[in-house]
Design a protein around this ligand. Structure first.
Ligand code: 8YV
Length: 350
């Protein structure tokens, strides 16, 4: 008897020509409408699937996979995967994957765009012009801060942080960074970046950009106390995840002259943005577009498709998805005897 084809689901409209590659091996369900799913919606969907290709809006953890005995792979279209409970997935024998590297330069470009727009008050200046206020111009209007010759702080000197540091060199900026531990001296020297403590990063930066992954431990890392350590003339840019910043404290600092400006691409309550932030002139706001160039978004979908096929045992990387993020949890589940039940064959090779 011929083996049945795995059932996979693509949660949002992506690029059909790339998603169609899944059809060579799988029965594929797609959607033509951007959809917000509840936990119950997701649990119902996943119940009959072998694989899912999802975006950061789909939060998948123990509750969502509880009734999905055949599910073997969840491929996230995004480098950040805080929407997935990777430990819970691994414990159930489900591979989780992400899409690193292909978006590094594009996301660094957006980080730099926000740094420049925030420091030079670009959106405020445009609003001034559009409101017909140019005739009230004065020489001391709309003065911003320089990027060139200033000190850039990077919280999280990973792939995207390093790409930002390389851009900063071209602007003649001094680069400070903080990570859990310093990078190799050779890498630091190549980037011209100096390791400092978290507090020194806060107090020493003219412009601070957040590029660290969001984890529960990093929740509100930038809170009122951290903001108070920053220069009142400084700007803050967040292109990572909204939960890194206490947005109420940030709005308060921006409204009361304790911070000059902020450039935000990510928000705690996406797609809702706090009214306190919307009311401020000294914030530049974008709707999570860090990776949003056509070429990069296509490359992300391609990588997610490659990951999903590989995790389901197809294609050149069969059994070895290129971007597996829960190898440890899968190994532990395998070592401890599968919790997965007899309906699932874990195909990940380790
Ligand atoms: C999103 C991102 O993936 O990759 C990430 O972690 O935050 C973005 O690139 C993108 O917005 C699509 O969900």
């Amino acid at each position: 008897m011929a083996e049945s084809r795995p059932r996979v689901w693509v949660s949002q409209p992506l690029f059909d020509d790339i998603v169609d590659q899944l059809r060579a091996h799988c029965d594929v369900e797609t959607t033509q409408a951007v959809t917000r799913y509840t936990s119950t919606d997701l649990a119902e969907k996943l119940a009959s699937l072998e694989g899912a290709l999802v975006t950061l809006n789909e939060r998948i953890g123990a509750a969502e996979i509880a009734r999905a005995p055949r599910l073997r792979a969840v491929a996230n279209v995004g480098v950040g995967y805080n929407n997935l409970d990777t430990a819970a997935l691994g414990a159930a024998g489900i591979a989780a994957t992400n899409t690193p590297d292909v978006l590094t330069e594009t996301t660094a470009d957006l980080g730099f765009a926000l740094l420049m727009a925030t420091a030079r008050r670009i959106t405020e200046a445009e609003a001034f012009l559009r409101a017909g206020q140019w005739n009230t111009w004065s020489f001391t209007n709309l003065l911003g801060a320089d990027l060139h010759g200033s000190t850039l702080g990077i919280l999280g000197l990973g792939r995207i942080g390093q790409a930002i540091a390389r851009r900063a060199r071209g602007f003649g900026m001094r680069v400070l960074y903080h990570n859990r531990s310093p990078l190799d001296a050779k890498v630091e020297a190549e980037l011209g970046a100096s390791y400092v403590s978290f507090d020194d990063l806060l107090s020493g930066s003219d412009h601070l950009v957040l590029v660290v992954p969001y984890t529960p431990a990093a929740h509100h890392l930038i809170d009122a106390g951290a903001l108070a350590k920053m220069k009142p003339t400084a700007t803050l840019v967040n292109i990572a995840r909204g939960g890194l910043v206490d947005e109420v404290a940030l709005a308060d600092a921006l409204a009361n002259g304790r911070l000059a400006g902020a450039g935000l691409d990510v928000f705690e309550g996406e797609p809702t943005v706090r009214p306190e932030l919307l009311a401020l002139k000294n914030v530049v706001l974008t709707p999570h577009i860090g990776s949003a160039s056509l070429a990069t978004r296509r490359a992300m979908v391609q990588l997610a498709v490659d990951n999903l096929l590989a995790a389901l045992g197809f294609g050149p990387d069969a059994g070895r998805p290129p971007c597996l993020v829960n190898a440890d949890a899968l190994d532990a589940a395998n070592a401890g005897g599968a919790t997965a039940g007899d309906t699932k064959t874990t195909t990940i090779k380790r």
